[in-house]
Design a binder for this molecule. Structure first.
Ligand SMILES: Cc1ncc(COP(=O)(O)O)c(C=O)c1O
Length: 401
């Protein structure tokens, strides 16, 4: 395309005409600049990738499997490994209920394509993973946003009253562990009540468990899918526990959904890269995942604790934040009236520190989270976390002054 093309002349559908670069796309430009202290994106720690184990797995695949680079069917033994992983999360399922996807993101996308009529309603929290809203855009889905509290999570009274008013959303999207952006894990009673609401009102739930294996406390609750296999559609991923560049995730769904998922997926990317499926399979066969997960949890726990301590030291009075038991994020709330979107430019300019403003997680650009910010702790080494938060503290002090 020539750079002189007028965007209004592009042959776009009306919904695509309204698209703007996402907060993540914007942020990438900033944090790749030298010297920036980034607490912005949800990247895993690159230095913790199991590079050696992956290299050995890839070499084995290429040496031993003649068809490794050919088109091939999805790998059944990998689905069996996923079943075993799900058992560790307290979920019982069969390999026939597991469908491998190109990451959790595609899992949600394919489910939406099967479950959502254009213009239909979807229920979601008013602080929500922005990638999920991108899934909804082409469907022009009506968003039924319910409040969510940084400490207690989705407002179940609000869910109930929306359903009791007669609304029948195609599904509810939520995260019960490692909530992005809140860093929250839902209490056991809340999980039970949410699943009961889904059953009573026959409303499917898409449960995004992208961070479910990254937990840092002794008490770990099973996800919603452990409580109901008919109404909860589970989305999982190898991105955060192995590496996102592999682009492999999975969904656990009722068996009759599986061939339908395969059919819509085929129309888009044929299959999840079978080469990386084979590498993951060889890695899992080598029995190295468990030790790797122990190490990840140890290191991320340390980074979380470092971030929480630094917030105590450097953030001004009136700020509050979540203490995540899982995932990669802490959610900070400043007193109402602060505008973290406006503040970001100063944070970058004056202190070279980056975070994601709360507005990036508002529903359809809603500004109810304009005084909030999301901080990531997985992608920054502890010494840098301390420095980054000190910088953030100075920016906030300046803003107050
Ligand atoms: C909540 C949530 N869901 C899904 C994804 C996408 O994960 P994947 O790399 O498996 O597509 C992310 C990525 O950051 C995420 O934060």
């Amino acid at each position: 395309m020539s750079s002189t093309t007028n965007p209004s002349e592009l042959p776009l559908a009306p919904w695509a005409r309204r698209l703007a670069p996402s907060a993540i796309q914007d942020m990438l430009q900033h944090i790749t600049k030298p010297g920036v202290f980034s607490l912005a994106l949800g990247l895993p720690a690159a230095e913790l990738f199991p590079t050696q184990g992956m290299a050995e797995a890839a070499a084995r695949v290429l040496a031993e499997q003649g068809g490794a680079l050919q088109y091939s069917a999805t790998l059944q033994p990998l689905r069996e490994h996923v079943v075993a992983l799900m058992a560790k999360r307290g979920v019982r399922c069969s390999p026939q209920q597991v469908f491998l996807t190109t990451g959790a993101q595609q899992g949600m996308n394919l489910l939406a394509r099967l479950m959502l009529e254009p213009g239909q309603a979807v229920m979601l929290e008013d602080r929500v993973y922005s990638g999920f809203q991108q899934v909804l855009d082409p469907f022009q889905a009506r968003r039924l946003a319910v409040p969510t509290d940084a400490r207690t999570g989705i407002d179940l009274d609000a869910v109930q009253s929306v359903l009791a008013s007669g609304e029948r959303p195609a599904f509810l999207y939520t995260m019960s562990d490692g909530h992005n952006p809140l860093g929250l894990s839902l209490a056991a009673e809340a999980r039970e009540r949410l699943v009961k609401l889904a059953r009573d009102y026959r409303m499917p739930i898409i449960e995004d468990d992208a961070y479910g294996f990254l937990h840092y406390e002794d008490r770990v609750l099973p996800p919603l899918r452990a409580l109901d296999e008919q109404w909860v559609y589970y989305v999982g991923s190898f991105s955060k526990i192995l590496a996102p560049a592999l682009r492999v995730g999975w969904v656990v769904v009722p068996e009759p959904m599986v061939f339908r998922l395969a059919t819509v997926k085929e129309s888009s990317d044929i299959d999840t890269a079978t080469f990386t499926q084979r590498i993951i399979l060889a890695f899992l066969d080598s029995g190295k995942l468990e030790g790797h997960l122990v190490r990840l949890r140890q290191e991320y726990r340390l980074r979380r604790d470092t971030l929480l301590r630094a917030l105590e030291t450097h953030l001004p009075k009136g700020a509050s934040w979540t203490k995540p038991a899982s995932g990669m994020f802490v959610w900070v709330e400043l007193p109402e009236g602060n505008d973290t979107t406006a503040l970001l430019a100063r944070a970058l300019e004056l202190e070279k520190v980056a975070y994601l403003p709360g507005q990036a997680f508002g529903v359809q650009g809603g500004r109810s989270a304009a005084h909030c910010m999301r901080l990531n702790f997985s992608n920054c080494e502890p010494a840098r976390i301390e420095d980054a938060v000190a910088r953030l503290g100075r920016v906030l002090a300046l803003a107050r002054g």
